[in-house]
Design a protein around this ligand. Structure first.
Ligand SMILES: Cc1cc2nc3c(=O)[nH]c(=O)nc-3n(C[C@H](O)[C@H](O)[C@H](O)COP(=O)(O)OP(=O)(O)OC[C@H]3O[C@@H](n4cnc5c(N)ncnc54)[C@H](O)[C@@H]3O)c2cc1C
Ligand code: SF4
Length: 333
């Protein structure tokens, strides 16, 4: 690992000043569970890191009637285990419980989780592999290589890497927004506008400016929260990234008709994916295995499966089907 400067501001204003004065490539350091890995691999080489662990404002969690608010520095384990989140938004809690291991969840933050980078083996594998995300213009080793876990949705001819996180998949289903701060002050950014598809420039992964800090994540209150779940299918149960995942939430009227439906897909796309057409296909329907499966098929209608990962289309449809049925049972309670 190369040497780097270590800066520890003790206020948000101090962090913003430090970011504004920082050399290009400087990174914010939260739990370090991904950033230090990438630095050890030589994929990230920041001249400085700005450690935000002293910023108490970033660890606040509030769960009022109107919205949930999570400081970006709150630990994944703390949010997963919050009693209101567990009771009223099981999909949010479960997306965190099913992410990583307990040791990682105790250290990693909910803000850092959003900005983790792909686990594509060629991206992490080093200079011997062509990778447009690591070295723009060099090519993409995955296109002719091991692509079993690569993306089905949102891909381009230059990159098929999957967005690996679980938390953003549940957040996108609930219309979460981020409050971010930079030298020009604060702004609010819908989570759905944070991550970008690779297009011609896979190096560009999100819309935050280099001198912006995520302060908090806010989730508007919705009755659909109680009727929600996060299903994650992975190669091993102890801890692993998703082969497919689905965050689903539904609201049913007294006759069991779906009046609200939300579907986020994970493990299958280049960014956290909201399946809005599939959501609309269920509104006004009774929630049965047949209608849930049809919604799953709509969700994957545009899939361009990788060569050895085509089985994940059917797996994804079944994941959505089962998650919708679980959400429906919870909504009917
Ligand atoms: C073995 C292993 C298994 C894992 N399995 C899963 C899994 O199944 N599901 C899953 O979702 N994740 C998984 N992860 C990833 C893990 O959840 C992330 O490493 C973690 O959430 C990142 O949080 P952090 O606080 O440590 O971020 P850091 O490593 O400190 O930072 C990550 C990135 O976010 C930026 N950043 C952090 N905070 C802010 C902020 N407030 N504002 C702006 N930028 C910021 C940093 O600059 C950096 O670029 C796994 C990780 C490992 C090592
Ligand atoms: S899929 Fe993307 S990250 Fe993986 S090798 Fe290709 S360009 Fe790199």
């Amino acid at each position: 690992m190369r040497s780097f400067a270590y800066v520890v501001p003790d206020s948000v204003a101090g962090a913003v000043d430090a970011l504004a004065a920082a050399e290009p490539g400087t990174r914010i350091l939260a739990g370090g569970t991904t950033l230090y890995d990438l630095m050890k691999l030589g994929i990230e080489a920041p001249p400085a890191v700005i450690d935000i662990h002293r910023l108490a404002e970033l660890t606040e969690i509030s769960t009022s009637d109107g919205e949930l608010s999570f400081g970006a520095g709150a630990r994944m384990a703390e949010v997963a285990d919050h009693p209101v989140v567990r009771r009223d938004y099981p999909a949010l809690s479960e997306s965190l419980w099913r992410a990583a291991s307990q040791q990682l969840r105790n250290m990693a933050t909910v803000g850092g989780n959003l900005l983790q980078r792909t686990r594509c083996g060629y991206f992490r594998g080093g200079a011997e592999f062509p990778c447009n995300k690591r070295n723009p213009g060099s090519g993409c080793a995955a296109l002719e290589g091991l692509d079993r876990t690569h993306a089905l949705l949102g891909t381009s001819d230059t990159c098929i890497a999957t967005y690996p996180g679980d938390w953003a998949v549940a957040l996108i289903a609930f219309d979460a927004v981020l409050d971010v701060v930079g030298p020009a002050g604060e702004r609010t950014l819908p989570l759905g506008e944070l991550h970008v598809e690779p297009g011609d420039n896979p190096l560009l992964e999100h819309t935050l400016a280099p001198d912006e800090l995520i302060l908090r994540i806010r989730v508007p209150a919705t009755p659909a929260g109680r009727g929600s779940t996060y299903h994650k299918i992975r190669d091993r149960e102890s801890y692993a990234f998703a082969l497919t995942s689905a965050a689903t939430a539904v609201t049913l009227d007294a006759q069991g008709t779906v009046t609200d439906c939300r579907i986020g897909l994970g493990g299958v796309a280049t960014r956290p994916w909201r399946a809005t057409t599939a959501e609309r296909s269920l509104i006004g329907e009774q929630l049965t295995r047949e209608t849930a499966r049809r919604a799953g098929e709509v969700a994957f209608a545009g899939a361009r499966p990788p060569r050895t990962g085509a089985f994940r289309v059917e797996l994804g449809i079944r994941t959505v089907t089962d998650a919708l049925l679980t959400a429906g049972k919870r909504a009917a309670r």
